[in-house]
Ligand binder design. Structure first.
Ligand code: GDP
Ligand code: MG
Length: 439
């Protein structure tokens, strides 16, 4: 556990018996740590709920070593969320076992295809074959060929003029002839999920009937990894996930989210660029790694620093004076932008927790960029006096920011709703800093 969590638990340790308030405090630390590790906020919520329930149960409070009990519960629940046991590769009863790699561009499909071929070759004495099914990037075929040479595994390629489905068809025929026991199909990716690509991948799937469709996801993409996983899984019903770029101290947040959101097992993890940097994914080991994460402490500190009391008070003062303007809004947004899921962060703004208005404010990172673009197109005067934003000003802002006028209107409306809410809260029932981390 990190220093901070250890401190929290250390304090508990001295106490002997725990109260529910003690448990609540530890849960708050864990919650923040997970959010900062890029775990999806819904997953965090569910996770904390389970851990809290178990922790305030007799099991912990009555035990002689409550702190250790909590650590144990957290560790067990993390493991559970990630799937308990390592899940082996699906295998076909008769050769070849067909594995299809899918994922966004740059996720690591081609690299992982070669890593996997190498792993099968060296660990099982297998005779894999690779199929170059990405015909869109000219270098993609060469990349796979070079990797194939490096590991001495045949690569089937027909160039860029033949359709991927045809390439796969001929490749499979050749694999049968050569009695390859594994065929790994590399496919094209895009920068984001698009219809054409999905249809192409569906066609390949229909033709090849793969035993395994491995969705390759870049672990460093954090929150958006979850959307990507949902998108691919919805269309292709993948059979497993490979998390790449989990090198060194990359936070394992995506591992928690993906398994829990898609229900599909993470089978392998890539931990470096070398051909041997592919490992079987063990949920229990990943749990320990997440708990032991070195940067958790600094991240928690960052969250606290950015939301220190002084700043919250200044903001509160602004709300009371009703002088909260677009500049403040921008400052708030920029501060929170890298801190985690928007919905949760907004709740850290005093008075915003449990706020019904939040339900129609769907902040996702892209929205945030759009909102910023709109604010940047306002004049200083407009930012400071949102009330002067008449229709002609709004049209100008829309044109300047390249956003539709409806979006500008909606954003201003949301801003005003938020401001109203803040005013109400600060004039009446603002009940202090507890709201900030409303867990
Ligand atoms: P594709 O577009 O999905 O086929 O992605 P590539 O296989 O071409 O990989 C994109 C980049 O990510 C390459 O530079 C790889 O070397 C790198 N890469 C892939 N997997 C890993 C990994 O596990 N760790 C690191 N550090 N880099 C990786
Ligand atoms: Mg590729």
């Amino acid at each position: 556990l990190t220093e901070r969590l250890q401190n929290a638990i250390g304090k508990l340790r001295k106490k002997g018996k725990l109260t529910e308030a003690d448990v609540k405090e530890v849960m708050r630390e864990i919650r923040l740590a997970l959010l900062e590790a890029d775990v999806n906020f819904k997953v965090v919520k569910e996770f904390i709920k389970t851990v809290r329930e178990r922790s305030i149960g007799a099991e912990v409070l009555e035990s002689l070593t409550p702190a250790q009990q909590i650590v144990k519960i957290v560790d067990e629940e993390l493991t559970k969320v990630m799937g308990e046991e390592a899940t082996p590769l699906n295998k076909s009863p008769k050769i070849p076992t067909i594995i299809m790699m899918v994922g966004l561009q740059g996720a690591g499909k081609t690299t992982t295809a070669a890593k996997l071929a190498n792993k099968l070759k060296t660990e099982e004495n297998a005779r894999p074959m690779l199929i170059a099914g990405d015909i869109y990037r000219p270098a993609a075929i060469d990349q796979l060929k070079i990797l194939g040479q490096e590991i001495d595994v045949p690569v089937f390629a027909l160039g860029t003029d033949v359709s991927p489905v045809e390439i796969v068809k001929q490749g499979l025929a050749q694999a049968k002839e050569n009695h390859n026991d594994y065929v790994i199909i590399d496919t094209a990716g895009r920068l984001q999920i698009d219809e054409t690509l999905m249809n192409e991948l569906s066609d390949i799937k229909d033709l090849a009937q793969p035993n395994e469709i491995l969705l390759t996801v870049d672990a460093m993409t954090g929150q958006s990894a979850v959307e990507v996983a949902e998108g691919f899984n919805g269309k292709l019903d993948v059979t497993g996930v490979v998390l790449t770029k989990l090198d060194g101290d990359t936070r394992g947040g995506a591992a928690l989210s993906i398994r829990s959101v898609t229900g599909k097992p993470i089978k392998f993890m890539g931990q470096g660029e070398k051909i041997t940097d592919l490992d079987v994914f063990h949920p229990d080991r990943m749990a320990s790694r997440i708990l032991g994460m070195g940067d958790m402490l600094s991240l928690i500190e960052k969250a606290q620093r950015d939301y220190d009391e002084e700043q919250a008070l200044a903001m509160q003062e602004k709300m009371r004076e009703n002088s909260f303007d677009f500049n403040d809004f921008l400052v708030q947004m920029e501060q929170v932008q890298n801190m985690g899921p928007m919905e949760d962060i907004i709740k850290m703004i005093p008075g915003m927790a449990n706020n019904p208005a939040l339900k129609n404010m769907n902040f996702d990172p892209k929205d945030l960029e759009r909102v910023k673009a709109i604010i940047f197109s306002m004049t200083r005067q407009e930012r400071e006096n949102p009330d002067i934003l008449n229709p002609s000003r709004r049209r100008r802002i829309a044109a300047g920011s390249g956003r539709p006028i409806q979006e500008v209107n909606r954003m201003i409306k949301q801003f005003n709703q938020m401001k109203d809410m803040m005013k109400k809260v600060s004039n009446g029932n603002f009940d202090g800093m507890d709201q900030m981390f409303g867990s």
